[in-house]
Design a protein. Structure first.
Lengths: 488, 230
């Protein structure tokens, strides 16, 4: 960790912008998600409008939370953390501001195209080709800023968070480019919709490339940069260094190597070659080791400071976030085992698994990081520790509702699909299995409501913190309930 | 502070950002190269007798994608008795050779559709798109009234057909394979021609009236696509 440096030397303008973007796209993405949860129970909610149907809103939900909320949180952390660990003021402020503007423009355009049905159908890569091009430009702006910062740095040794940020930039860039390869049909024929394109890959090949992308989008958007955030903010919040350098080293290289092999676990019992499926399963199980390496390292960073969890909701969010990381990275490999996957695939258990990661790990970590950053960037103190505490419990309860209901729902439906009567005939019609889901979907909607309610409490807390900043200017770094925290 | 491995290769990499970037990139490419490349050519071969999508079927497929039907329906029957009993023969790689993109889906909120053409009829689909819960009590599929109002986008169908034919060598116009339109107008004629038998099996008067004016509604194309799924 770098030594003390006055924060007034840092330029937080862009980090602040990305924090607000994360709040905005977070509430949009989660509200759409909650709408979907209710539409499963009450399909009439779409009011017979095409852009309000489950099918069109679902990609909007995933895109808004993954690329709106999460990426904004990652970028906010980047523009805050990079200055501190590289010991240099933000370089190229015009580029950084353009990055912020273009990012938000992309999310607005993404929402429009998805609602209008301009979808490629590829999960987490639904946006039309022209928007892919704009996204590549935006991504290169971030990469350009990253390497400019690295070039200008005054701290020679790259802190572990930076390895993960770099892996995020390179990994997402590679995956997005190859999965997005498509031929825009208008350029071939000059007829039809200009935004329409045809995938470069067909059938089984397309599936393999897509899930190489899809699985590793989880790796390089929802895991790698979130670890980067945790590796900075957990030590800062606990005010002591990372537990083990060696563990961060081996879990980093192990994670980025192994993750790329695990994609085929999305295609078990599909028509991709058997050896590819088996390799995907084996590497999914191996993936537990580097994942838990990071989790153990992050949690043990709290060694000797565990009592801080009693009073500090920010430490709670970050530590429980990493705990959910450990939970999700054990659950995922279990689901990848062929015999388990035979029941779990195509069911809500997978949906539940994704939300353990998204709500628990990604959501909690980003909110913890924002709680840590905002008082420091605005030179003030957090508006209400008590509100943050209550938010933590409301959201934790929400997640528990979410994953328990989805566990039961998934295993129930997966089992019902294969249940036979005494004569060997299928015991349930498909509709029987849909009707059986309604109680679990209702509990999940309760969980989602709680989580969103907590997120609104979070937004209110941040808003009041910023609004009160003028009245509560404090010199130096701020304390939260945990007592004085040393400046970076 | 953290204990450092002084003098190690890692210490060197951690002080050199460009080397760090290159090292990361090399490490992350390996998995994909090993798993995706070797079977690439073989996996793309069509099964014997597989026909490319006709103009109307392709129009239906574009609507299927526009509405993200794959958000709730799979097109992949796994090799289990419980699946083959419910949906029909398990799926084979060669059946997907003309699927750009593939539409396997990841969550069966609704049933698999890979062989839906074997057990659902045109008029069943028609009634189901109008009001799913009237046909299937307890279903949570939305109603799709706009499919009966919007017309097939022949221009985009033509563009996709010509693109896959010329760029990817999809064998249109060979043997008894479907025709690809030589011109936009020819594709329009193909769509109208194919729509006839589908509309004959339908009940909706407005769809029939539109057809009399040479206008093919989206629902007709989507049903033609689903009927082909066998």
């Amino acid at each position: 960790m770098p030594t003390t440096q006055s924060f007034t030397e840092y330029d937080y303008s862009v980090a602040k912008g990305f924090v607000l973007s994360a709040l905005l796209w977070g509430v949009v993405g989660m509200s759409v998600g909650l709408t979907l949860a209710f539409e499963l129970i009450f399909p009439e909610l779409n009011a017979n409008l095409p852009w309000l149907t489950f099918n069109r809103l679902r990609p909007l939900h995933t895109n808004a939370v993954i690329f709106g909320f999460t990426l904004a949180g990652i970028f906010a952390s980047w523009y805050y953390v990079s200055q501190r660990v590289l010991k240099v003021r933000m370089v190229l402020p015009v580029l950084a501001k353009a990055h912020l503007v273009l990012f938000n423009l992309i999310i607005v355009l993404a929402a429009y195209t998805l609602l209008a049905g301009h979808s490629t159908s590829k999960e987490y890569h639904e946006l039309p080709w022209w928007l892919d091009v704009v996204i590549v430009v935006m991504w290169l702006m971030w990469g350009g800023h990253m390497f400019a910062m690295l070039g200008a740095r005054k701290e020679k040794t790259l802190y572990v968070s930076l390895w993960y940020f770099m892996a995020c930039f390179l990994g997402v860039g590679m995956l997005f480019l190859f999965n997005g390869l498509a031929i825009p049909t208008w350029f071939v024929t000059q007829t039809g919709n200009w935004w329409h394109s045809v995938s470069m890959y067909a059938g089984t090949n397309d599936a393999q490339v897509q899930w190489w992308f899809g699985h590793n989008a989880v790796a390089f958007v929802l895991t790698v940069p979130i670890i980067a955030i945790s590796y900075y903010f957990i030590p800062k919040q606990a005010n002591q260094p990372v537990y083990s350098y060696r563990l961060s080293l081996w879990s980093f290289w192990g994670l980025i190597f192994v993750y790329l092999w695990a994609g085929p676990h999305h295609l078990i019992y599909s028509t991709v070659p058997d050896w590819v499926q088996t390799l995907g399963v084996v590497f999914s199980l191996i993936l537990i080791i580097p994942s838990w390496g990071s989790m153990v390292n992050l949690l043990l960073t709290m060694s000797g400071k565990w009592e801080q969890l009693k009073t500090d909701p920010i430490a709670k969010l970050l530590v429980i976030g990493s705990t959910f990381y450990g939970f999700a990275t054990l659950e995922g490999p279990v689901q990848a085992i062929k015999s388990v996957n035979a029941i779990a695939h195509f069911t809500d258990w997978i949906v539940g698994h994704v939300h353990n990661g998204a709500l628990g790990w990604v959501g909690f970590t980003i909110m913890g990081a924002i709680y840590h950053m905002v008082p420091r960037m605005y030179n003030t103190r957090l508006y209400s520790v008590k509100l943050a505490e209550n938010q933590f419990w409301v959201q934790t309860l929400g997640i528990v509702f979410y994953f328990t209901s989805m566990w039961v729902a998934g295993i129930t439906q997966g089992s019902m699909w294969r249940t036979t009567d005494q004569f060997g005939n299928l015991a349930y019609s498909f509709l029987d299995t849909v009707r059986a889901m309604v109680p679990y979907w209702s509990l999940r909607a309760v969980g989602g409501t709680l989580y969103l309610a907590g997120f609104i409490m979070f937004i209110y807390n941040i808003r009041m913190t910023i609004r009160n900043a003028a009245d509560f200017q404090v010199d130096g770094e701020q304390s939260t309930s945990s007592g004085s925290v040393q400046a970076a | 502070m953290l204990e450092k491995e002084t003098g190690s290769i890692f210490e060197f990499i951690e002080k050199n950002s460009l080397l760090m970037g290159v090292s990361i990139f090399v490490i992350i490419t390996i998995g994909g190269i090993v798993e995706v490349i070797p079977s690439f050519t073989q996996s793309a071969r069509p099964i014997a007798g597989l026909k490319p999508y006709s103009a109307l079927e392709l129009a239906g497929r574009q609507i299927y994608i526009r509405e993200s039907c794959n958000a709730c329906h799979s097109q992949l029957i796994r090799p289990f008795k419980a699946e083959t009993d419910r949906y029909g023969a398990y799926s084979l790689s060669g059946e997907y050779a003309y699927d750009r993109p593939f539409l396997w889906g990841s969550r069966r909120t609704g049933p698999d559709l890979h062989r839906v053409g074997n057990y659902r009829t045109t008029d069943w689909h028609e009634a189901h798109f109008k009001n799913a819960r009237a046909v299937s009590p307890g279903s949570n599929m939305p109603n799709f009234p706009w499919l009966f109002e919007d017309s097939v986008d022949v221009g985009t169908v033509h563009a996709e057909m010509v693109t896959v034919r010329d760029v990817f060598g999809v064998p249109y116009d060979q043997g008894d394979n479907p025709q690809s339109g030589k011109t936009l107008e020819a594709t329009r004629q193909l769509v109208i021609e194919e729509a006839g038998p589908v509309i004959e099996a339908m009940k909706d008067q407005s769809v029939k009236d539109a057809y009399a004016q040479g206008d093919v509604k989206d629902v007709v194309a989507l049903i033609a696509y689903l009927n082909r799924m066998k």
